[in-house]
Design a binder for this molecule. Structure first.
Ligand SMILES: [Fe+2]
Ligand SMILES: [Fe+2]
Length: 189
């Protein structure tokens, strides 16, 4: 169940430092959707909202589409300050901001944080959601064995469908992406 107002989370081209169809608006909306969907199926609670905020900014500071380990921390430094107020309005507190920072910084590096870390689920949820959209780079780009939740594994085929359904379309808001997902039989609530 979505127990927060996601409607103000509107992505604009100029938020992104590098214009891209691979890591731009459509990819970001799909990752935000996957966060909601995996999070609900895995029985997570407040981590869903935190990972959703993290997904919103996670690729905004990319400078190119190639392999890059730097853009996570760059997004924390360059984008989080601009959207912190939006996150606070969503009911997130200072501790939540720390979780978002860790998730965004960690998503572009291979390092896996410990399950005993209090922010583990925020980090893991963003990484799994981002991984589900790797189908756009190629069928073999998603390594199932590295996924963190069994619920994510169950969503691999759906993620492919969602990518093919939304690729090349102009997605203006989260509801438009949710409509596409619902058309494919998945609802994040
Ligand atoms: Fe990224
Ligand atoms: Fe991404």
């Amino acid at each position: 169940m979505i127990n927060f107002d996601y409607k103000p989370f509107l992505l604009k081209d100029h938020y992104f430092d590098h214009s891209s169809t691979l890591h731009g608006i459509n990819h970001t909306y799909r990752v935000m959707f996957h966060v909601l969907n995996i999070g609900r199926k895995a029985g997570l609670n407040h981590d869903i909202r935190l990972a959703f905020c993290a997904a919103f900014i996670h690729d905004m500071a990319r400078l190119h589409d190639s392999y890059c380990t730097e853009h996570g921390i760059r997004s924390v430094k360059r984008k989080l300050p601009a959207f912190k107020q939006l996150f606070f309005q969503t009911g997130i507190d200072a501790d939540g901001i720390r979780a978002i920072k860790l998730a965004v910084a960690n998503h572009s590096i291979r390092h896996e944080i410990s399950k005993s870390n209090p922010y583990y689920h925020t980090v893991a949820l963003l990484k799994d959601a981002d991984a589900l959209d790797r189908i756009r780079i190629g069928e073999h780009n998603l390594k199932i064995k590295y996924l963190r939740y069994p619920e994510t594994v169950e969503l691999v085929d759906f993620a492919k469908e969602l990518y093919y359904r939304s690729d090349g379309q102009i997605i203006r808001n989260m509801d438009e992406l949710i409509d596409l997902a619902v058309g494919l039989g998945e609802k994040p609530f």
